[in-house]
Design a protein around this ligand. Sequence first.
Ligand SMILES: Nc1ncnc2c1ncn2[C@@H]1O[C@H](COP(=O)(O)OP(=O)(O)OP(=O)(O)O)[C@@H](O)[C@H]1O
Ligand SMILES: [Mg+2]
Length: 350
Amino acid sequence: MENSIDSGASKITVIIKDAGKSLVQVIDNGTGMPEEDAALCFLRHSTSKVETYEDLESIMTLGFRGEALASIASVAQVELRTRTMNDELATFIKIEGSEEVERSKVAADIGTSVSVRNLFFNTPGRRNFLKSNQTEFRHIYDTFVKLSVANPDKEFELINNDDKIFDLKSSSAKERIISIFGKDFSDALIDVDHKNEKVRVFGFISKPNFTKKTRQDQFLYLNNRYFTNKNLNFAVYSGYDDLIEKGDYPSFFLFIEIDPKKVDVNVHPSKMEVKFEDESLAFGTIRKSVKESLGKADLVFNVGFSNTLSLGGDSESFTFTQPSRESRDTPATRHERHWQDVSPKGRIGS
Ligand SMILES: Nc1ncnc2c1ncn2[C@@H]1O[C@H](COP(=O)(O)OP(=O)(O)OP(=O)(O)O)[C@@H](O)[C@H]1O
Ligand SMILES: [Mg+2]
């Protein structure tokens, strides 16, 4: 999927069978590869994404190591079908355990399809380490979601054993989140967009009353690449300050943009962690962006209330409580809750 995105595809289809154990196929309508590249792409360290030493310092593609296809081809039966706009026919290459076993020309649309069959067919020991179908499916699902959240302009489809799990059309970032995570999110999100001369943080955070007991819907991206960092999650929580109780977790979808020279995305084998030249700058900017966005949202609520109600006290300290997930934040319920939940301290629901 990362390769498809890097190839400029606007539509990416993922087809899996048996939670990926018998088939994972990714089809895209990107640039495709000419035959000479198609013949090379399964070799270790073959990449088209780094040309100069400087490129290595300013990686903006999702891939750059030239390892993914080589690793996959060494442990599965792989079929590549790829065609560029300059070619009449597609190149078809079949590889089994790193060995090319077939090459031909076939009819196909412009773009690339990679089918990975019978994962670990040649290393049965590793096959036994695959988890249950449910768990393996969950891994694929999570990966699919992470990439589709970051690329709302592209179409994504996920088909599992002929069931269409997702059929995501090109949309705005917010619509993409709602189509993946459900309508509950349509009233729950606050816009974030904050910038200083070194870092930009944008995306969405959930309203303080829309929290969960788990950290499941928390997404951080660096230069449009998903990554994990507990410290920066904490930066988000700290931006909420005492608007959320301990043990409650906000949802967030935050995109951090930093000069790629100031970060190293190469420190982790699966690229899940990144190293910042100055992590405290990222921390401070995230915290500030969350605080500022909550402040703006809160300001809107308070203006609304002060027009109609006389609540007394310090209106800036008003926050909303956490209703059950069923009760959603509409303007009407917000007003109602304000009346019901004002505690003696002036803080709501504490
Ligand atoms: N879907 C695709 N469309 C066009 N070119 C592709 C596609 N998939 C792979 N390639 C080409 O094959 C090369 C090797 O892919 P591979 O995923 O192994 O390495 P990479 O993306 O360069 O780096 P990484 O190992 O970090 O993913 C890519 O650099 C690219 O040139
Ligand atoms: Mg790749």
